[in-house]
Design a protein around this ligand. Structure first.
Ligand code: IVH
Length: 264
């Protein structure tokens, strides 16, 4: 048995990657040139190493949940998504007021993940039962979302955070900025990452990247970098996207850490 697949409301794209500050500087130069502005406000947030998830709500109720699939079509895993404790099945009255215009249906996109603390406990329990350990949180999350037994999925206690929100029906105005988008998601009762840094210029972006790299091990989820986004929604739309990724966002991969062995 398998999950049915369905088309995405709009493609689920990837992100442009960068691996050093030179590439981040080139991105900022490109943004300022393409937008023809002296300065751009960016948001900087952790890049969650989870599994992409799209939720559709209609009339205040969770209507469908899709995995990324090939980016054009995803697997419909609605029953499994309903088992994620932080994903509301019904939104609180007044949810419509979060949008600038009248909206009956919208989509929220983000990542499902296994908190590291819980992943460690799951593996300890598996060991006691003589089961093979789960290789890593990301694969365990992907495997869990594709499990056919929803009660088994519930026991895995997945978490999720959301970072994208757009109206589906009727096609209404979008949120004016990424900050507004995250605030609206939180108002809808969807979980968002509490870490959101705002940078007024390139120097602040660089400082935030350092900050996130230093804090990455304090987080209860796996992260392999940061995502830098042009905050202004109108500018994002003007920048558009390639076939693969939006032009107004950049993933910055942290340098892989080398394990050090001390011989005594
Ligand atoms: S924004 C068009 N923000 O990383 C995609 N993505 O490698 C816009 N991801 O496809 C996504 N953390 O699944 C965004 N804070 C974050 C993210 C994030 C993880 C994922 C997302 C994306 C993939 C690209």
């Amino acid at each position: 048995a398998r999950f049915p697949s369905a088309p995405h409301s709009r493609p689920m794209l990837s992100l442009q990657n960068s691996y050093d500050l030179e590439e981040v500087r080139a991105f900022d130069t490109r943004m300022r040139r393409e937008l023809d502005v002296a300065n751009v406000v960016y948001t900087v947030e952790p890049k969650m190493d989870g599994v992409a998830l799209a939720l559709r709500y209609r009339d205040g109720r969770l209507d469908a949940a899709l995995t990324r699939g090939d980016g054009q079509r995803g697997d419909v895993i609605t029953r499994n998504a309903r088992t994620i404790a932080s994903v509301p099945d019904r939104l609180a009255a007044g949810w419509e007021r979060v949008f600038p215009g009248p909206v009956r249906a919208f989509e929220a996109r983000g990542e499902a993940y296994l908190p590291l603390s819980w992943f460690a406990k799951l593996n300890a329990a598996r060991e006691e039962e003589g089961l093979d350990p789960l290789a890593n949180p990301r694969n365990a999350t992907a495997g869990t979302l594709k499990t056919l037994d929803a009660e088994e999925v519930r026991r895995r206690r997945l978490a999720a955070v959301f970072y994208q929100l757009f109206p589906l029906d009727p096609p209404a105005p979008e949120l004016p900025s990424h900050r507004a988008e995250l605030a609206a998601l939180a108002q809808l009762g969807l979980p968002v990452n509490p870490i959101l840094l705002v940078a007024g210029d390139l120097a602040e972006v660089e400082a935030h990247l350092d900050d996130l790299a230093a804090r990455r091990h304090e987080l209860d989820y796996q992260t392999d970098g940061a995502v830098i986004k042009v905050d202004d929604g109108e500018w994002q739309r003007r920048l558009g996207a390639t076939a693969k990724a939006p032009r107004g966002a950049l993933a910055y991969k942290f340098a892989a850490e080398e394990a050090v062995t001390v011989l005594e």
